[in-house]
Design a protein around this ligand. Structure first.
Ligand SMILES: [Zn+2]
Length: 286
């Protein structure tokens, strides 16, 4: 149910002033803000919490037990009636499992067939796609987690989020911090028990796709299975990898990397890791 809130009222003793996420981002000691942040809407006393995220803009989250005033612009249900106002608000919407599944499948098919790849290149520009993703002045932003569900926004009469597709050589700064579908050929894989990195390649550009702590927490069944991918790419050539996740900058800042959060969010040659594991274990595809 997140509508990005980027300003808050700081209230302590007699002091009341507006603070932005940027101001707090810059502070080494953020403790003084705790418990002293409120919604900026006059009359709305919803308390806010500053949320810092690496590689993504920070924001203010509403306290779990606090509701915004019914007429507050941050009250999700009330936004529809305020569309005429020139706002910059966006709603984070989680991409549904079904949408991810369909997107992964169609991306694989299109990448596999050179004919369709050519056709795909002619298809229209990001600009027109972007426009379609907006309803009124409110941007529908696709996210992997911590957003409203597609069902919730559909009830609000909005369409679901667009999931933009990027080949491994086509990432740009505008993708950073956003949910994307990525495609490339598997070049190599490194893994141990708690992490894995699949390096994918397209037109001589490589991107590291990372499976970290969050991935294994979400998908414990995948622990110990990544060696099957190693085996698969030694036995097959030009293995196509597709995944839904988030784009990041590498820590030195000069490359992009991609983070996958769930075992259902990636495919090796259009197969899940679990089905490849089953294939090798029983020598047949599930
Ligand atoms: Zn409010």
């Amino acid at each position: 149910m997140a509508i990005s809130i980027t300003t808050a009222l700081y209230k302590k003793n007699d002091e009341v002033r507006e603070v932005s996420t940027f101001e707090i981002d810059g502070k080494a000691n953020r403790e003084e803000y705790k418990g002293n942040l409120y919604c900026t809407t006059p009359g709305c006393n919803a308390r806010l919490v500053y949320v810092y995220r690496t590689g993504k803009p920070s924001y203010f989250r509403t306290w779990k037990k606090d509701d915004h005033l019914e007429s507050c612009i941050y009250s999700f249900e009330r936004i529809e009636g305020r569309i005429g106002i020139n706002t910059q608000y966006s709603i984070n919407v989680e991409i549904s499992a079904e949408r991810k599944r369909n997107a992964l499948q169609s991306a694989y098919k299109q990448f596999k067939m050179p004919e369709e790849r050519r056709v795909n290149k002619k298809t229209p520009s990001r600009k027109s796609r972007k426009t379609k993703g907006r309803t009124g002045n409110i941007a529908i932003k696709p996210v992997i987690q911590k957003g409203a569900t597609e069902e919730e926004v559909k009830t609000e009469g909005r369409r679901g989020p667009n999931l933009l597709r990027r080949n491994a050589d086509a990432l740009s700064d505008s993708d950073v911090g956003k949910a994307r579908l990525i495609i490339g050929f598997i070049k190599r894989i490194n893994y141990d028990t708690t992490r894995a990195v699949i390096t994918i390649e397209n037109n001589n550009h490589t991107v590291d796709v990372k499976f970290e702590e969050a991935f294994f927490a979400n998908s414990p069944r995948h622990i110990g299975f990544f060696h099957f991918i190693e085996r698969y790419i030694t036995e097959n050539t030009s293995v196509i990898f597709t995944a839904v996740g988030e784009v990041r900058k590498t820590s030195n800042g000069n490359k992009y990397e991609f983070v996958v959060y769930d075992g259902e969010d990636f495919r090796i040659e259009n197969m899940t890791l679990l089905s490849i594991a089953a294939y090798y274990s029983h020598n047949k595809l599930e």
